[in-house]
Design a protein around this ligand. Structure first.
Ligand SMILES: Nc1ncnc2c1ncn2[C@@H]1O[C@H](COP(=O)(O)OP(=O)(O)OP(=O)(O)O)[C@@H](O)[C@H]1O
Ligand SMILES: [Mg+2]
Length: 270
């Protein structure tokens, strides 16, 4: 791959006796949307944390646009253009939806003044169809709407070269999921932003990601087009604990989701 945006080289992270990420090496192309799947506890969130700087690796390197991120704190990594969302939405609950975006937009000093900041924030709200709730306090949003706001905050960051999305669709109503997919596609198309999307939602990943990677017990066990990955006996075994045809992550939702208490059933109004 020529001049990849992101290189992970031998990344390793243990917590006590648990090797959460074990020697992961891969690359992401500029402008790629990559899916990341794997059973619960396979190390997906830890991998995102290693890229975003929330966790330091024990060994290995993360290289973004040709420069190492070694030793850099999350704010410095964000300033290099890495934005992310979290499995549980992180928003300022007592600020309005618009204010939540203005905090991000105003943090970028290159956006000249208040008028321009507000215009950018409102454009982002329209992109995710939250403009009707601009003046609602974030604490009044449904879980899915809060996820959508979290995505909008992520997309508001400047510079923006890489978005790390941790299960953005989990438990989200299909109508909201659709807005997320469109906003991701639009941002990818219009600005060439690269995405790494952790999800258990195979139909949604099929629409978004040209390639999907699979983690199991901290290791990177497969990657390729979703259909090929879902037929890979190592992937089927990772999900089922035994090899067998026709029972991989492709069978509806990946089985990994059910074990952590999130049913994944839609629960939010569109
Ligand atoms: N801060 C931590 N301290 C101790 N152990 C941790 C910590 N973070 C993660 N782990 C462990 O590392 C392993 C990988 O966890 P991680 O959250 O990265 O998995 P995941 O693939 O994101 O799972 P899920 O699908 O449930 O979100 C698990 O065994 C988890 O218990
Ligand atoms: Mg996780």
């Amino acid at each position: 791959m020529d001049d990849p945006l992101l290189i992970l080289d031998g990344l390793h992270k243990s917590f006590g006796g648990v090797a959460a990420v074990r020697g992961v090496s891969t690359t992401l192309a500029r402008g790629e949307i990559r899916g990341l799947i794997g059973p619960n506890g396979s190390g997906k969130t830890t991998l995102l944390n290693l890229v975003g700087g929330q966790t330091r690796p024990d060994r290995g390197w993360v290289v973004l646009a040709g420069r190492s991120l070694e030793g850099q704190p999350p704010d410095a990594i964000a300033a290099r253009g890495v934005a992310r969302t979290f499995q549980l939405p992180r928003v300022f609950r007592h600020m309005t939806v618009l204010e939540n975006l203005l905090v991000v937009v105003c943090a970028d000093h290159r956006r000249a003044g208040w008028v321009e900041a507000r215009r950018d924030a409102e454009a982002l709200l329209r992109l995710v169809h939250l403009d009707g709730l601009a003046h609602a306090e974030a604490r009044t949003l449904s879980g899915g709407q809060a996820m959508l706001l979290q995505l909008a905050r992520c997309l508001a960051q400047r510079p923006l070269v890489l978005c790390l999305l941790d299960e953005p669709f989990a438990g989200v109503h299909p109508g909201i999921k659709e807005r997320m997919v469109q906003a991701i596609h639009e941002t990818n198309r219009a600005h060439g932003v690269t995405f790494l999307v952790v999800s258990h939602e195979m139909p949604t990943l099929r629409r978004l990601a040209g390639r999907v990677s699979v983690m199991h017990n901290g290791a990177w066990i497969a990657d390729g087009p979703l259909d090929a990955v879902a037929r890979d006996p190592r992937v089927i075994e990772a999900y089922l604990g035994r090899p067998g045809p026709g029972h991989g992550p492709e069978e509806g939702r990946a089985p990994g989701r059910a074990a952590d208490g999130h049913s994944g059933q839609p629960r939010d109004p569109a």
